[in-house]
Unconditional design. Structure first.
Length: 55
């Protein structure tokens, strides 16, 4: 895999994780479509992504 492909994959993963965090927030505030259980996996994924960039 080349560097550009890896960079795009990480970008998509960040967007997906941030979406999960927003869905969690909606769930905590009782908004339609919100799911509070989506937050912890999304936050864990974001932490892993940040850790891979710092290496």
């Amino acid at each position: 895999m080349d560097a550009a492909t890896l960079r795009r994959a990480r970008g998509w993963a960040v967007l997906t994780a941030l979406s999960g965090i927003l869905i969690r927030e909606a769930g905590l505030h009782g908004r339609p479509g919100g799911k509070a259980t989506w937050g912890p996996p999304a936050q864990a994924a974001l932490r892993r992504l940040i850790a891979t960039v710092r290496r």
